[in-house]
Write a protein that binds this ligand. Structure first.
Ligand code: ATP
Ligand code: MG
Ligand code: MG
Length: 383
């Protein structure tokens, strides 16, 4: 058995909180670096937490002193701080992986060398209307203008439908480093959680994700009406993409399934991921359990990553008022097989992820029937 190891986590949001839940069950102390009373700290009482930001050099140094292995719940961390502390503490995944992945353009340039299929894209260097118009001629319309950095929940994306949209697009993403992507005409979005261990690259089954306003709304596990060959192909592509990076732990891989059934990478994340929340109820080992085991070099039986029952995850996103998300959670209390996860982030803002619900059932159809009333509540809340 292991000897009272301590894990340091950069970031104490909902992903950090669910990671702490998994660490707790193995008697592993998780020291969280984030603001006082962040969601992860609220469920973990000890004196090892660090107050500050994962973007502050000094705070990262302080966390490094208190743990055996360091990891991150978010990719937007100070990787120069991680590079510095990597000589004294293990950093998983590697700071190099996080640095490359946190810049979506660099991530794609790196993955291109490994033959990973993705939408054609162009870097912008001047961010002028003339430059973007030239790119538009090359990629065609619509195209997606994207911030290279600090992107999440679609905040950093702007759909450019025609040349006329260019001024508005550049204004919406002004002062950010940009690149543009050719439009991907997908029939479905798929995702795979990959777990990189010291000597293996494992994957969970392929799931279907549904985004609304570029924010993940629903996850169907396994993906509905997707032939087994595509399920396997998507997992293989995800493992291949993750193999291009150094380090251990969970990686979330987002993909597009195109009309001709070919797959394209959308992006990947060097961390536990929203598309993998269903694993808490749906699999023997959740993505959070697997992440902790991977970074601690503990065994992960591949069988434990299989889906035990079809699962649907619904995100509870902040609505019109600071407490409208609670209405969704309240309705979920009466739904059979619904597991409720609230993140304790305080008052909601529109578009902010406040919690999620997972329903599992013997068949996908049954799960769909059970969760439908809740989807209706969420849709009403939004309207
Ligand atoms: P995340 O919260 O997943 O990190 P993000 O802000 O990094 O999101 P992306 O994942 O790049 O943004 O894009 C968000 C969504 O926008 C995708 O899931 C997809 O629905 C849509 N999208 C992104 N790129 C394209 C594209 N090239 N063509 C069509 N749709 C796209
Ligand atoms: Mg992203
Ligand atoms: Mg994404």
């Amino acid at each position: 058995m292991w000897n009272s190891p301590k894990v340091g986590i950069l970031g104490g949001g909902q992903l950090g909180r669910m990671l702490v839940e998994s660490a707790n069950r193995l008697n592993i102390q998780a020291n969280v670096l984030d603001a006082e009373n962040s969601p992860a700290k609220q469920i973990s009482f000890h004196d090892g937490h660090v107050t500050g930001s994962f973007k502050e050099r000094e705070a990262v140094r302080q966390l490094a002193k208190s743990c055996d292995v360091m990891t991150a719940e978010i990719e937007h961390v100070d990787t120069y701080a991680l590079e510095e502390v990597a000589s004294e503490v293990r950093v998983e995944p590697s700071w190099q992986a996080i640095r490359t992945i946190q810049n979506k353009f660099n991530q794609k340039e790196h993955l291109r060398k490994y033959g990973i299929p993705m939408a054609d894209h162009r870097e912008l260097v001047e961010n002028t209307p003339e430059e973007l118009a030239r790119v538009g001629e090359q990629l065609g319309y619509p195209m997606m203008l994207k911030s290279k950095t600090m992107a999440y929940d679609g905040r950093g994306n702007f759909r450019v439908n025609s040349k006329a949209d260019i001024p508005e697009a550049l204004e919406a993403l002004k002062d950010r480093p940009l690149y543009a992507e050719k439009w991907a005409y997908f029939k479905m979005e798929l995702a795979v959680m990959v777990i990189k261990t010291k000597d293996e690259v494992l994957s969970y089954p392929t799931v279907e994700t549904v985004q609304e306003d570029s924010i993940c709304k629903l996850v169907y596990a396994p993906a509905r009406n997707v032939p087994e060959a595509i399920n396997r192909e998507a997992q293989a592509l995800a493992r291949k993409a993750v193999s291009a990076f150094e380090g251990k732990g969970a990686f979330g891989v987002e993909m597009f399934l195109l009309e001709d059934n070919s797959l394209m990478l959308c992006e990947l994340a060097s961390r536990i991921h929203n598309s993998g929340h269903y694993t808490i109820e749906g699999c023997a080992l959740s993505q959070f359990d697997s992440h902790i085991r991977a970074i601690m070099d503990l065994p992960i039986p591949a069988k434990s990553l299989e889906i035990r029952q079809p699962s649907i995850m619904l995100n509870i996103i902040g609505g019109a008022t600071p407490d409208s998300h609670l209405k969704a959670a309240e309705s979920a209390l009466s739904i059979p097989n619904a597991s409720i996860h609230l993140y304790s982030k305080g008052a909601a803002k529109p578009g902010r992820k406040m919690g999620h619900i997972t329903v599992t059932a013997a068949t996908m159809h049954e799960a769909e029937t059970m969760i439908q009333p809740l989807i209706d509540v969420v849709d009403d809340m939004r309207a």
